[in-house]
Structure formats: structure tokens, C-alpha cells
Design a protein around this ligand. Structure first.
Ligand code: PPE
Length: 308
């Protein structure tokens, strides 16, 4: 999906024109991948545009940077205000995507990042269904990747590190070239970890199960945590348990969760239909409730919304 340019990008505290938001080709992150980013969405609600779980996202950005030993020259409150400002000036409404990025800029070459200057940008633009409307409605075709997720001592998976996504890109390209929508990645121990940019859940005998983030080397998803709350409120039990690829093949239902992807049913894994191959009843119920929650149509989840 091509990026639709908007008017302004927030760069280190000021709003600059979209075309002017550039950096030097010798910026540190461009060469070595040390940097961190977030993906946030804003939606149209009955009370105007609102950002979904803004504070949690910006808090995770700061935590990603803590792991990488990057000192961010802005506070959590300043970053949250900057996101709201960026959405507001660009007059964005329904389903817009927000990309905050902390990167190391121009000034020092060499692997040691500690001397390079820290830059922060926030961009926002309209962005539709990440895996396409068909997958969101009818289920995504998934393939277990031949690429493993990072070993915990090779890349900190709790940090949305720029360079860490090379691993996701390899898996994504492999899956897409083979005709699938998305890849599922196994951890170094062979258990299910997550997808290239989403967490996943299965439904077995009415119980929702997701891989435990730390053990599985998966990102602690904010959509995943929203879905846990929604599922519990709908009367479904959720358990974090290690799972293997055959657990996916034999699941009654399965779906993936992520800010960009939202809630997407999984239709098949390695050409084996999940359940009937059609989105299951619990998946549909959770997907619908999530869509209503992000759009302010569920008062119980009002506290997740930051008005723009
Ligand atoms: N795992 C990974 C590896 C990941 O990148 C994401 C978000 C998630 C799980 C789900 O996390 P959360 O958004 O908090 O529910 N991926 C972001 C980037 C996607 C991209 O392609 O870029 C996102 O969804 O914004």
C-alpha cells in the first residue's frame, strides 16, 4: 500500500512540510539499524478523532529505547502531545496510522551508537487494512516461515528495534513470494512466536490461547492486551501458553492482532484450513468488539481513547 502524503511531519519538536522531512544519508540508523519505532492508529469516534492507547504506545517506544541505551530528549507527555498535534494538523480522521520513530542521526560513524545524535519523528497518514480487506473479512493464508524469530541473546524482542525487522522482512518476502498473506515465525526453540508484525491467538474448546511474549520472543502487543480484556469481558477465558505448529493446524479458530493489521482471522496455516476455513464465531465477536472499541462505540473502553 503506497503512502499517502499528508501535510506535516513532526521532527524533533517542530512540524515540517512532508517533503522537507529528510535526513542525511550518513545517519547512523540507516547503516546499523539501531533505532526504535511505534505503530499507532487513530479513528473517528462520535466525539471526534481519537488515538487508540496512545500512552501505552509511547511508553513502549521509550522502553524500546531504554533497551537500546538511547536517551530520548522528550518526555512521555511531550511525545503523546506531539502525536495528537501531528494527527490534528494533518486533519486525519478514520483509520489513520501514526509512525513515531527514534533514530540516530548524522555525526558519528562506527557501530558504537552512543555518540550519534538522537532524532525523533512522528508521521501520520491514512492507511487501510494492512493485510487487505479480503484477509480481514475472510481470513488470511498463513505460512510457517523457514526464518526463526530472534534468539533472546541476539536481539531484544521486547524492543521494536529498527534493525530487528530485517528478520520480519525475510519472513514476509518468503511468505508473499510463495503466495501467502503473512508468515508465522517460530522461536529458536521451535515453538510458535508471532507473525512478522502481529501477535496471534488460537481458540481451542472455547479457550483463547496466545504464546507468552517473553518465552516466545514475541513483542508484548498492545492489541493483544486489548483483545485479552475484550475477550474476558465477553466471558471468554484467555491463557498464555507455549504452542507448536500442530496446535495451529488443529485449532478451532485462529486470528492475529496488531495495530496496523487490527484483528484478522486466520483462514489457513501451511494449506491446512483452520476450523472450517471461515472466520469462527469467537474471532468474529472479538473483531467486531475491537472495531467498535477503537471507534468509541463501546463506553467500557473509553479510557483507551485520547481525543485529538
Ligand atoms: N509483533 C510484532 C513483531 C510487531 O511488529 C507488532 C506491531 C506486533 C507484534 C503487534 O503489536 P501491537 O501493535 O502493539 O498490537 N507491528 C507494527 C508495525 C507493522 C509494520 O508493518 O510496520 C504495527 O502493527 O503497527
Amino acid at each position: 500500500m503506497p503512502i499517502t502524503p499528508t501535510k506535516k511531519i513532526w521532527m524533533d519538536g517542530t512540524l515540517v512540510d512532508w517533503e522537507m522531512a529528510t535526513t542525511h544519508v550518513l545517519s547512523h540508523t540507516l547503516h546499523y539499524g539501531t533505532g526504535a519505532f511505534e505503530g499507532v492508529r487513530a479513528y473517528k469516534t462520535p466525539n471526534g478523532v481519537a488515538v487508540f492507547r496512545l500512552r501505552e504506545h509511547m511508553d513502549r517506544l521509550l522502553r524500546s529505547c531504554k533497551i537500546l541505551m538511547i536517551d530520548v530528549p522528550f518526555t512521555l507527555d511531550q511525545l503523546c502531545d506531539a502525536v495528537v498535534e501531528t494527527v490534528r494538523v494533518n486533519e486525519l480522521t478514520e483509520g489513520c496510522y501514526i509512525r513515531p520513530l527514534v533514530y540516530l542521526g548524522y555525526g558519528e560513524m562506527g557501530v558504537n551508537p552512543l555518540l550519534a545524535p538522537t532524532n525523533v519523528i512522528i508521521a501520520a497518514w491514512p492507511w487501510g487494512a494492512y493485510l487487505g480487506d479480503d484477509a480481514a473479512e475472510n481470513g488470511a493464508r498463513m505460512k510457517i516461515s523457514s526464518w526463526s524469530r530472534h534468539h533472546p541473546n541476539s536481539m531484544p524482542t521486547a524492543s521494536k528495534t529498527v534493525g530487528g525487522y530485517v528478520n520480519s522482512s525475510l519472513a514476509k518476502v518468503e511468505a508473499v513470494k510463495a503466495g501467502y498473506d503473512e508468515a508465522i515465525m517460530l522461536g529458536p526453540d521451535g515453538r510458535i512466536s508471532e507473525c512478522t508484525g502481529e501477535n496471534l491467538f488460537i481458540v481451542r474448546d472455547g479457550l483463547l490461547i496466545s504464546p507468552p511474549p517473553s518465552e516466545a520472543g514475541a513483542l508484548r502487543g498492545i492489541t493483544q492486551s486489548s483483545v485479552v480484556k475484550i475477550a474476558n469481558d465477553l466471558g471468554h477465558q484467555v491463557s498464555f501458553e507455549a504452542m507448536r505448529r500442530d496446535d495451529l493446524y488443529l485449532a478451532d479458530e485462529a486470528f492475529l492482532t496488531g495495530t496496523a493489521a487490527e484483528v484478522v482471522p486466520i483462514g489457513s496455516v501451511d494449506d491446512r484450513m483452520v476450523g472450517s476455513g471461515k472466520p469462527g464465531p469467537i474471532t468474529k465477536e472479538i473483531q467486531l468488539t475491537y472495531f467498535q472499541a477503537v471507534r468509541g462505540l463501546r463506553p467500557a473502553y473509553e479510557s483507551w481513547l485520547t481525543k485529538v
